[in-house]
Design a protein around this ligand. Structure first.
Ligand code: NDP
Ligand code: 8X3
Length: 259
């Protein structure tokens, strides 16, 4: 087992980020957590120190704000001797309206978070990885970065853009001993749909009705798998869907779903 890894995780206050933090800490690694909801990060750090052999530090982070990204990276560099992994996970979908009805502010927030946020954070930590001459950047994309669907012009656009960024990053880090991975999930039950539908829990629950979605732990397992491959192995892109989802919009539903 690899010990002494240090992994930065954005959006660690819920869903995938929280599960990735726990899974890394269970490997005995140190995690550095960022998100806007600081009490959630604080509670997660306590769980990590009480239940795992890893360790955790946290700092408030809003990836849409350059000053917040600068403060977070300064904190990380002060508290971590080296950085082995950076998991660009913070992100969100807002609304599922058709283009003619969509809210421009929602589009802006999605682009600021899912695209500019990842670019800002990566730019902040890349020089350190280049200096170390090692590191692994894992971006959490989406099936929405491979297929556009009705009501997804804004969100799918951000994930397509993120995929382009990830591919350019892989080219630019070539020869520098830095690995770059995109993990692109389909439907997973987290706070994602609650956020997308502004807290309308009925609408959020309906997304996963009569099918078994991915869990946050399913994604965390893949992140740990990618991070723990031998140094010469780079997993470029992983698309992962529930068995009952064959494309972004084609989902097999049956009551008492077994798979
Ligand atoms: P959650 O809503 O459970 O988690 C999203 C996380 O992102 C939260 O920790 C939230 O923290 C953080 N976040 C949002 N905005 C910001 C911000 N401005 N600055 C810092 N952190 C922020 O959803 P998921 O875990 O499902 O989503 C994680 C990633 O996975 C996202 O990029 C999403 O697009 C992607 N994804 C999700 C899928 C799904 O079906 N669930 C499928 C494919 C991809 P806080 O609010 O505390 O800041
Ligand atoms: C979230 C998955 O299918 O709602 O990235 O776009 S989907």
């Amino acid at each position: 087992m690899l010990t002494n890894k240090t992994v930065i995780i954005t959006g660690a206050s819920s869903g995938f980020g929280e599960a990735i933090a726990l899974a890394c800490a269970k490997m005995g690694w140190k995690v550095c957590l960022g998100a806007r909801r600081v009490p959630k990060l604080e509670a997660l750090c306590k769980i990590i120190s009480d239940t795992t052999k890893g360790s955790a530090v946290f700092h408030e982070l809003d990836v849409t704000c350059q000053k917040s990204v600068a403060d977070f990276s300064q904190f990380t560099i002060t508290h971590c001797k080296q950085i082995d992994g950076l998991i660009n996970n913070a992100g969100l979908g807002l609304g599922k309206d058709f283009i003619r009805d969509a809210n421009e502010k929602d589009w802006q927030t999605m682009y600021e978070t899912n695209v500019m946020g990842v670019m800002r954070i990566t730019k902040a930590f890349l020089p350190l990885m280049e200096k170390q001459r090692y590191g692994h950047i894992v971006n959490i994309g989406s099936i929405a970065g491979h297929e556009a669907y009705e009501g997804g012009a804004g969100y799918c656009g951000t994930k397509f853009a993120l995929r382009a960024f990830t591919k350019a990053l892989r080219q630019e880090t070539f020869g520098k001993n830095i690995r770059v991975t995109s993990i692109d999930p389909g439907m997973a039950e987290t706070e994602f749909s609650n956020v997308r539908f502004s807290g309308d829990t009925d609408k959020a629950k309906a997304v996963y009705k009569d099918m078994t979605p991915l869990s946050a732990k399913d994604i965390a397992d893949l992140v740990v798998f990618a991070l723990s491959r031998p140094a010469h192995v780079n997993i470029d892109e992983l698309i992962v869907t529930p068995t009952a989802q064959v494309s972004a919009t084609r989902v097999f539903r049956q009551s008492k779903s077994k798979y």
